[in-house]
Design a protein around this ligand. Sequence first.
Ligand SMILES: Nc1ncnc2c1ncn2[C@@H]1O[C@H](COP(=O)(O)OP(=O)(O)OP(=O)(O)O)[C@@H](O)[C@H]1O
Length: 602
Amino acid sequence: MSDARERSLGDQLPRLLRMAGARPARWIASVIVVSLVLTTLDTLGVAAMIPLTQLISGTATDTGALGAIAEITGISEPSELVPIVAAAIAGLFIFKSVASIVFRWWLLGRTSRISALVATDLMRRYMLSPYVAHRGRHLAEVYRNINESTAQAASVLQATITVLTDAMLLIAIIAVLAITAPWITLLVVFVFGLLLLGIQLGLRRRQARLGEEIADAGLAAWSFLMPGLDGFRETRLSSSAGSFIDGYRAAKLRGAMAGRQLALVSEAPRYALEIGFVLAIAGISVVLFATGTPAEALTVLGVFGAASLRALPTLNRVASSLATIRSGQVGLRIVLRAGAELDGQGRHEEAPRSDEPFEGDISFIDVGFRYPDADEDVLRGITLTIPRNRTVAFVGSSGAGKSTLLDLLLGLLEPTHGRIECGGRSILDDRARWYADLGVVPQDVFLVNDTLRANVAFGVPSEAVDADRVSEVVAMARLEGLVAELPRGLDTMVGERGVRLSGGQRQRLGLARALYRRPSVLVLDEATSSLDNVTEFEITDTLKRLEGTMTIVIVAHRLSTVRGADHLVFLDKGLIEAQGTFPELRSRSAAFNRLVELGDLS
Ligand SMILES: Nc1ncnc2c1ncn2[C@@H]1O[C@H](COP(=O)(O)OP(=O)(O)OP(=O)(O)O)[C@@H](O)[C@H]1O
């Protein structure tokens, strides 16, 4: 995409609207139609001043607009016509003002909606993007993009509409003025046109730079806020909270100061325009009174007065909207670039394409894997079979490739060589289906700020939670003791603002959560590492009882967890060093034997 193309609003805004699911042509057309109606009303309001000023200045009522009004109403006496015309103008202005409020309400609703929908769309794309791309992402940037940048992008949309609408209004006002006094109008338009253009040319770079500064400061603030709070324990223990707070403070202040400058720079045209208008009205008065009759002068001044009443705020709004467009364009660019980048990375579909579950043996066929940007494969020539309903454990020293192998099995990573199948089907053919058949217990179980029940039935809408199944899996994961002790049982809040669970309790909750889904393949990733011996024994016992009912894949370094597995795979430096039952491995691999003797398999 070329820079020029990227910079054009005519290209950017339709793309933004499409991200929000709107149809750009229809969306823009409806906004313009409503704007035209309002502009017409506004113009009529200004034009209506002509007969009134003519009446006041004593123009004859038998010709022109006054003649027409006199004919329609049947009244030709100026003193009787004045209240009628004045009432008509008042009525028109009231109607116009009410219509303007309604229109603003409608427009604000439309643009605010776009802001919310674009943010949601971006969040959806981030959440459904491939795992590898997610791992390589700077999360502070993701938060900044979804929050501030989408708001900036929507403000550009709103400001562009304001500029378009106001430009139409200004053209109409100029047209009315041109009918009344063509030469003076031309002069005023020329002078104000130059003034506005000069101001805009002088400020545009600064406004754009300030917009970039604000976006940058936003990113810096997130970069201190997130690790500061996420790594609370570490920051506390290393007494480094101060440096995160200082960094955050500096970033926020930088953003605030840029915001202050932007506000002033956006307001500056207002003062220049106000001075310009006062000078124009004064100049016109002098010229008119010097060259024509007072009556003519009054008519022209009345119309100019009414026009400036309307035009001045409009011009101000145009100037500040232009500032919003320039400063907000950085946000618009960020959002569109992120959208395009995420599109290019592919998207995970959450709905399975097939109803047919993955069943059968799991086969790794000559699987190799290299991380993007890495020089070497971390796994090579992995060929193995995990028979259906059997328990297989992966062991190996640190960095051997166990977690990578597991991520490949989970379909989070894709092999750079070979393939992984279940029941003869590649697991990547229908990843969502594969996930539906998997239950995973990670090393660090993620808790949501909700009840214990909701944490077990993770991601299931509360009305769809199967209460019996929850009780069943709570018992299977040996969590009943905890539930009985908690004040509100399964309805007790856990997570961020609820009861803190111990490492072992979290892990058991993770097991209950994985089992809730009735998986055909249960995967435990270092899931017993934080358990005490008694709990580990209980969990291993639970796994033993599950044996034969589902395929169980374990990655663990605790000898006791993997000892009873049907089949052990010993990995070393990305290769399968040996495999077999525990006694077979002992007799086949000296390296494995050494680990066993040390009592730790990693
Ligand atoms: N994102 C990445 N980019 C590049 N290399 C990576 C990445 N993640 C892991 N690696 C490398 O891949 C190799 C295997 O790592 P992996 O985490 O799979 O090992 P592991 O056996 O699970 O180790 P541990 O028991 O310590 O968790 C290591 O050498 C590691 O440095």
